[in-house]
Design a protein around this ligand. Structure first.
Ligand code: ZN
Ligand code: ZN
Length: 137
């Protein structure tokens, strides 16, 4: 929670009970949830919270750098509370996203032609396939 209070203060973001609850809920999540999933979890605890509040809070969290957005390529944004370098395995059947760490991937080299044309800010490896549950089907 430390980083939440620190970054919020740095960015002049008011720490409301709702924002705090949303961030806490996200921190607990290991499944890279969408805003909708977070909303459904949090509305059980704060029945009068609106989807819009949850959605806007998550967008703000990613803007101030305490939440990562997993690119969904046309699917709803998925949020990741883990802002340390890590990589993802994505299941093509059930869409689950599983974290993994691999030192070699952290230091992957960017091809010269990409470096010439673009500025690379993030390097993440995404492996795709079937998760252990789906493989058994
Ligand atoms: Zn799966
Ligand atoms: Zn992740």
């Amino acid at each position: 929670m430390d980083i939440f209070y620190r970054r919020a203060k740095d960015h002049g973001l008011k720490i409301t009970p709702q924002r705090t609850a949303i961030y806490q809920e996200l921190l607990k999540a290991k499944d890279h949830p969408t805003a909708d999933v977070i909303y459904r979890r949090i509305v059980k605890k704060i029945p009068n919270i609106s989807f819009d509040t949850v959605n806007r809070a998550l967008l703000t969290f990613s803007k101030i750098g305490i939440t990562n957005v997993v690119e969904g390529y046309g699917q709803p944004k998925r949020y990741d509370p883990d802002i340390e370098t890590h990589h993802h395995f994505r299941c093509l059947r059930c869409n689950s996203i599983i974290d993994f760490h691999e030192k070699e991937y952290d230091n992957i080299t960017v091809p010269e032609e990409i470096n010439k044309k673009f500025t690379v800010i993030n390097k993440k490896v995404v492996l795709e396939g079937l998760c252990s549950k789906c493989r058994r089907l």
